[in-house]
Design a protein around this ligand. Structure first.
Ligand code: IPM
Ligand code: MG
Length: 372
């Protein structure tokens, strides 16, 4: 009996390429696991009208955790045009399956470390070591959206807030609403996760990234909650920074920051910026972590134009694999994998195109495996 059951979700685009790389490394480590393939991604949207079929959710319920490659994600109208003819006009609405996984499985903590590995020619600076805690289930991603805006909703909003009067003359189909819903529970859960991590790993600061001067209620709730939680962690200083200023400071002085905590959308934005500081999305991994289940993925998308070419950098995927090992409690294997990845980067002989080399995705995986 294998010790672990791992849902294997390549998704689409370069997801397949990088998952193959992950498998080379896992086989080398000899993890005692069964990897069970799950259908997810664009293909299943087009042909079944559901990029996250029920059978795949069933698989997740039966496994310990999942490793996930990448998925194509498109705005709703564009997505609808790509459905097979039989499904056109049947009311199918595309929602990103990774966002659904995070919400439906309550994978509340999106952990995104961005560390500059020595010798990476793409490092913006060599002393960057950021860890983003992105709230993964609510905020602006909550999915409460309307277009056109229903009459009943508009009258409730008008009755509740005088600011609605300004839009009284706007036709309901010429306005759209997306709700940014945050709960005290959700804010506290992500903020405490960030502080716990900072305290355990020796980061001196947690920066809460918000915009409470404008988003007074949701931003205010997040910052107030951060101040309350900070009182329980005397060894970690709380910094409060507005999202716009954060984007600037990450370019000006990224080395000054450690753990960052943010609402879903703001966390999404700073993740890509932070990734670029350490070499780009090819180096950024992401853990979607709940109380009982977790899904590990590279932060990058599916890059369809490179699909099947084994061209993209698998480092992000390998670092996601490392996070999975850590989460499973396989901490020695996790540490070995990280140092093997760091070794290949520092050595500089096996590099994908983004790093100026001509090695393939699988060459990099083999080079990492050789060091294990
Ligand atoms: C990410 C991605 C996703 C997100 C997309 C693919 C829906 O950008 O994981 O950061 O917005 O969360
Ligand atoms: Mg993103």
């Amino acid at each position: 009996m294998p010790k672990y059951k791992i849902a294997w979700l390549p998704g689409d685009g370069v997801g397949h390429d990088v998952m193959e790389a992950a498998r080379i490394v896992l086989d080398r480590i000899g993890l005692n696991a069964e990897y069970i393939h799950g259908d997810i991604g664009w293909e299943f949207w087009r042909t079944e009208g559901d990029p996250l079929p029920e059978r795949t959710k069933e698989l997740l319920r039966k496994t310990d955790c999942a490793l996930f490659g990448a998925i194509t994600s498109k705005p709703k109208d564009e997505a609808a045009r790509e459905l097979v003819p039989e499904l056109q006009g049947e009311g199918y609405v595309y929602v990103s399956p990774i966002v659904r996984l995070r919400q439906e499985f309550d994978l509340h903590t999106n952990l995104r470390p961005c560390k500059a590995y020595p010798g990476n020619p793409l490092n913006y600076r060599d002393d960057v070591d950021l860890v983003i805690f992105r709230e993964n289930t609510e905020g602006l991603y909550v999915g409460l959206e309307w277009h056109p805006v229903p009459e009943g909703l508009w009258s409730a909003i008008s009755a509740a807030h005088e600011k609605a009067a300004r839009f009284a003359g706007t036709p309901r189909d010429e306005m759209a609403i997306s709700v940014r819903l945050m709960t005290k529970f959700g804010c506290e859960r992500i903020i405490r996760a960030a502080f716990e991590y900072a305290a355990n790993k020796g980061y001196p600061t947690v920066t809460v990234v918000e915009k409470p001067n404008v988003l007074r209620e949701t931003g205010g709730l997040m910052v107030r909650t951060a101040r309350e939680a900070a009182a329980d962690y005397p060894g970690v200083e709380l910094w409060e920074t507005n999202i716009d200023a954060m984007c600037m400071w990450l370019i000006k002085n990224p080395q000054d920051y450690g753990v960052l905590v943010a609402e879903n959308m703001f966390g999404d934005i700073i993740s890509d910026e932070a990734a670029q500081l350490v070499g780009g999305l090819g180096f950024a991994c992401s853990g979607n972590i709940g109380d009982e289940y977790a899904v590990f993925e590279p932060t990058h998308g599916s890059a369809p134009k490179y699909a099947g070419q084994y061209k993209v950098n698998p480092t992000a995927m390998l670092l996601a694999t490392r996070m999975m090992l850590d989460w499973l409690g396989e901490t020695d294997a996790a540490a070995a994998l990280e140092s093997a990845v760091a070794g290949v980067i520092a050595d500089g002989k096996v590099r994908t195109y983004d790093m100026g080399g001509d090695s393939s995705t699988l060459d990099v995986a083999e080079a990492v495996a050789e060091r294990l």
